[in-house]
Design a protein around this ligand. Sequence first.
Ligand code: DX5
Ligand code: ZN
Length: 223
Amino acid sequence: MNHKIAPSVLAADFANIQRDVELINNSEADWFHIDIMDGVFVPNISFGFPVMKAIKKHAAKPLDVHLMITDPDRYITAFKKAGADVLTVHYEACTHLHRTVQAIKAEGMKAGVALNPHTPVQVLKDVIEEVDLVCLMSVNPGFGGQKFIRNTFNKVRELKEMILESESTALIEIDGGVGTDNAKLLVDCGADVLVAGSSVFNAENPVKTISQLKKLETIVKSS
Ligand code: DX5
Ligand code: ZN
């Protein structure tokens, strides 16, 4: 399967949001990754519905919405209305994860579950067949621009095995610290979707970087 690239809008220029959305429209990117933070589940606040609706208005590709919020069940319908195509909740934020996943799918969205770096992939064993996407956090959620946690490679391999052993069609998404230095290895381990924020928007040529991520060209920057 061809892997997908989902640039994270969190790293875009919010004063020029239409310009940056058009940039992604005109690139080889597959999805828009939208990070919603509530200041409770994670120690940061990002943006809410007005900004998301503004992005949706110009976006020509699916919105992959990552909810870093407590009790996400309260907002499932609202995120559908705001234009989410994939809605991902955190395992750590859901007491009744199976029910939450069903509620997302009942709204006609793809259902994703995100795992924090400390959460083992095995916790998803009994729900994996219901899930459309698993987002492995490769940094602690809350901020862009953090260093990739290398244990993620092991988690991708383990999750891939779990998916292959079950009837699941879940995609494996990697979020945090992804760039041209680690994209190829992640896909080789079994990743299907790569989220990239700062490595795309801080690049001199974001469209070119997206293309390199799509082609899995390995470019290691000297630090
Ligand atoms: C982190 C967010 C990420 C973030 C990734 O909490 O979930 O999506 O935007 O940013 P980079 O690619 O800069 O690590
Ligand atoms: Zn994210």
